[in-house]
Design a protein around this ligand. Sequence first.
Ligand code: HEC
Length: 232
Amino acid sequence: MRNLIYLLFISLLSVSSTQLMASSKMHLEPVEIDLSDKASLQRGAKTFVNYCLSCHAASFMRYNRMAKDLGLTDKQVAENLMFASDKVGDTMTIAMRPADAKKWFGVIPPDLSVISRARGADWLNTYLRTFYLDEERAIGTNNLAFKDVGMPHVLWQQQGYLENEHGHLATATKGVDSDYNQTVADLVNFLAYIGEPSKIQRLALGKWVLLYLFLLFLVVYPMKKAFWKDIH
Ligand code: HEC
């Protein structure tokens, strides 16, 4: 019984506040985050730059840092993932002025640098998959995860449009991307990466630290035995 209470306590501690917030509202589509999957991160970066960076900045992220982490050269990033006016040492900012954004969308599209930490990957995954047609809205669409969101369905060409039939989404028009869920998963993987870029290094470093501690143990334990052998 004591063990059970202990377990319950630990599991409560490990549920983060964002999960609690999200789970009380709707079912979220889970997504796997794999920061070691460079190909996925590269695909996500491409989608982000082409479809999100026009409205949302990621101003904590520098292009050259991204190049290094994603296994690309500065040149590859400059040619494929940057606007001509940017320099490779710049952060991922946008040209749109906040006042214009406010005029066009009613709200300023938030910086997405740390959105994965604020919302959680599963929420982002669900959000990007659940835009649906809604005639009552000026922009023509709505979203299951974010009611009356000011953002249009920017990936409509990829996903097509969905219709909301009593809370269930059904395809109204088909998009060009037959693997849309994978496209979104890659994008969310990328958003998780920019939320905490140093995690890649930390994970890599962690293995070496553990190995070091293990080797140290092999040396120190016999030493301890030798030191204490006359006393015990
Ligand atoms: C045409 C401009 C535009 C584009 C392009 C765009 N967004 Fe948005 N986005 C917005 C606006 C405006 C909001 C704020 C919505 C609100 O608060 O009602 C928003 C909100 C969001 C939010 C919710 C933020 C929050 O408050 O939690 C996320 C996540 C998001 N966008 C991700 C993306 C991603 C990923 C892309 C690229 C696939 C993208 N957006 C492309 C305009 C845009």
